[in-house]
Design a protein around this ligand. Structure first.
Ligand code: NAI
Ligand code: MG
Length: 356
């Protein structure tokens, strides 16, 4: 039997609630399948630790995670700690330290969940957004001078490297090639940003030659928001920079019904380091502790994690169970239902147990 070592970092807000739900479903899956076991180690890193010790994780945090097969992450952020401190104190050091350069965000409308787009239902919106996750606008390059004075300056420099753009483009073309539609949309803003973004366009054209069976088109990011809303069926796989894809994937989550159903994998495609799987949403202070957080995004990212670990059957079984439970109308309030996190979790676990 295969044993996978999983590092669970539930962190803040609803993070612990949804990660607990995800681990319950994974446990039932592993028992049912019998072919694998998950050895889960819990890490109490996050904002509470920061308030006690001044750091969200220990100095050797990434060192401690190195030996794991995957990381199962909740959300980080607290109302009384600045967001740039929490993000740069935990999530980004893991993404960047482990060179998880491909951020993969599938979106589709699940049965039983309605999209805010009129006349758009399951099957009409089935996308994967690939977000460059190691550089670009989130390189952390910049600074502030003359702090607090009228002449204060702040810079935030976007860094695009040929290596960084080529590898994400190759990943996106390969992913598009593996999907039935074999279509990739490359998003930039190369009219206004005429250096790094023009390089993106050029590298896209170069890499496309390696994938003659994949069709592709280009969009400016502002026009892309319109296409996502007006012509969702025209899109399949999408690749964009760190910032652009961050924004587009929140929109994608909302168009698919709720941020509470949107998952993400932070992948090191070369498998030198553990990859990290998490729901897209944050710590959602407004619903923390109420027991109504939607666990579907976390189930879906758990399914991504199983796929990455090499357990595709268990991964699909989990998604079939989630789709059945959504279709049956066992839904949390964010998607129009009355069920609690635990109701949905129980229903998903039961669906896994009883499936033929
Ligand atoms: P958020 O994603 O936490 O919440 C936005 C809205 O969506 C809220 O109304 C929330 O109740 C709802 N929502 C989110 N997840 C849900 C779920 N599973 N079920 C039902 N409803 C859900 O984003 P917000 O409010 O901008 O940020 C809150 C904190 O989370 C901030 O500190 C922010 O920095 C952090 N954050 C962390 C992320 C991460 O750890 N990857 C990602 C995004 C935000
Ligand atoms: Mg975001």
């Amino acid at each position: 039997m295969k044993h996978y070592k999983i590092a669970a970092i539930p962190a803040d807000g609803i993070g612990p609630e949804v990660i607990d739900a995800g681990l319950q479903a994974l446990d039932v899956l592993a028992r049912r399948d019998g072919g694998f076991a998950l050895d889960v180690t819990h890490f109490d890193w996050g904002s509470d630790r920061y308030k006690k010790t001044g750091a969200l994780m220990p100095d050797d945090g990434t060192q401690q995670l190195k030996g794991f097969d995957a990381i199962f992450f909740g959300a980080v952020g607290a109302p009384d700690v600045p967001d740039h401190v929490t993000l740069w104190g935990l999530r980004l050091p893991i993404c960047q330290g482990f060179d998880q350069y491909a951020n993969v965000r599938p979106t589709k409308i699940l049965p039983g969940i309605s999209s805010p787009l009129e006349g758009v239902g399951p099957g009409d919106l089935d996308w994967v957004i690939v977000r460059e996750n190691s550089e670009g606008e989130y390189s952390g390059h910049g600074g502030r001078a003359h702090k607090g004075l009228p002449e204060e300056v702040g810079t935030e420099v976007a860094i695009f490297t040929r290596v960084g753009v080529t590898r994400i483009m190759r990943y996106a073309f390969r992913l598009a090639q593996s999907r039935p539609r074999k279509h990739l949309t490359v998003v930039t803003k190369s009219n206004a940003q005429r250096h790094g973004m023009v390089m993106w366009d050029e590298i896209a054209a170069e890499v496309s030659r390696e994938f003659p069976d994949v069709t592709w088109d280009k969009m400016l990011v502002d026009a892309m928001t319109v296409r996502m809303v007006k012509k969702p069926r025209s899109l399949d796989t999408i690749v964009a920079t760190n910032l652009h894809a961050d924004i587009l994937s929140d929109l994608a989550g909302a168009l698919a019904g709720s941020l509470g159903v949107a998952p993400t994998g932070n992948i090191d495609p070369e498998r030198r380091f553990p990859s990290m799987f998490e729901p897209i949403h944050g710590s959602a202070f407004d619903i923390t502790g109420k027991g109504i957080a939607n666990p579907v995004a976390t189930f879906w990212t758990a399914s991504q994690m199983l796929d990455h670990l090499g357990e595709p059957d268990a991964a699909s079984r989990l998604m079939r169970a989630v789709e059945k439970v959504c279709a049956d109308g066992v839904l949390t309030p964010d998607v129009g239902g009355k069920a609690s996190t635990q109701d949905v979790t129980d229903a998903v676990c039961e669906a896994i147990r009883i499936e033929n």
